[in-house]
Ligand binder design. Structure first.
Ligand code: UTP
Length: 292
């Protein structure tokens, strides 16, 4: 499931009309990167929790008859394929509305009726995770979850002065890339954080989380926090923190979005050369200005 009902206030004014998840990295919107990662991990039903203003997300995954006809008539086969394969055959998209932005935990709970009683994944599209030559982060996590019979949460080391921006986990000693979570707390102050291992936007969760979310009262920031329900889950079931292979771009921030754009442009088969030149020119120009 993809919780995409947030207000995206950090990207105003763009997000007045364009949902944050539709902001592009080169030519694909953020949501497409997350969807591709989910499909690679074996997901065939994609549940989007949106709000009533975000028609653009549903429109994007809908069939674009007129556009397809025009591209077909114009013989633009390459573009036609791109438009047609936004979702591959056999994958279905379901949209659920979150009436009020009451927090990530609440958004996940909105998908309960659709997901039912089986393990599922949560992907936050503004965390773009890139593993250039290997399995995507969610595939790595789904394999581990299946093998260990446990929930799995993606984590990453962050500087201690950044703990108040994340859920932070305490764990037993890691074996390889994973360790059993012993505690989890949302946005702790640096002095109170149990570690510097932060939760990032990928989860494979047991369906028990839904009942725990139903019993969760608003926490940090007055929102129903997924972290609080995971904390309750730990008393009943094992959950693993996982250090994924790959690079995470925090595209919920300006600099993260810019960083992803630069890195993807530099890696792009057609854009790599001109992007490199453009960046060198820009830096040279700045250098000249600095020395003026
Ligand atoms: P964020 O807090 O990062 O996203 O939530 P936001 O609220 O959209 O952005 P800012 O902070 O105002 O710029 C993390 C994820 O949870 C979803 C968001 O869409 C985002 O993917 N979310 C958050 C919901 O779906 N519903 C909520 O009530 C809150």
């Amino acid at each position: 499931m993809f919780p995409v009902a947030g207000l995206g206030t950090r990207f105003l004014p763009a997000t007045k009309t364009v949902p944050k998840e539709m902001l592009p990295i080169v030519d694909k919107p953020l949501i497409q990167y997350a969807v591709d990662e989910a499909i690679e991990a074996g997901c065939d039903t994609l549940v989007f929790v949106t709000n009533r203003y975000k028609h653009a997300v549903a429109d994007y995954f809908d069939k674009a008859y007129e556009l397809e006809q025009k591209l077909e008539r114009a013989g633009k086969q390459e573009q036609l394929e791109v438009v047609r394969h936004v979702l591959p055959e056999g994958v279905r998209a379901i949209f659920v509305t979150q009436a009020e932005a009451l927090g990530l935990g609440h958004a996940v709970l909105c998908a309960k009726a659709v997901i039912g009683d089986e393990p599922f994944a949560v992907l936050l599209p503004d965390d773009l995770i890139w593993n250039r030559d290997g399995d995507g982060a969610l595939k790595q996590m789904a394999d581990l979850a299946e093998q260990a019979g446990a929930s799995v949460i993606a984590t990453q080391e962050v500087p201690r002065d950044k703990t108040a921006s994340y859920g932070i986990v305490a764990t037993e000693a890691f074996e390889g890339r994973s360790g059993t979570i012993t505690g989890i707390v949302e946005k702790p102050a640096p002095a109170e954080a149990p570690s510097t291992l932060a939760v990032v936007g990928r989860y494979v969760l047991s369906p028990r989380i839904f009942e725990l979310l139903e019993a969760t009262r608003p926490g940090a920031g007055g929102e129903i926090q997924l972290t609080d329900a995971i904390s309750a889950l730990l008393a009943e079931e094992p959950a693993l923190a996982y250090r994924f292979k790959g690079t995470r771009f925090d595209c919920g921030t300006h600099i993260g979005l810019i960083n992803a754009t630069i890195r993807f442009a530099l890696d792009h088969e057609k854009l790599s050369e001109p992007a490199r030149r453009m960046m060198t020119d820009a830096l040279t120009e700045l250098g000249v200005r600095d020395s003026d």
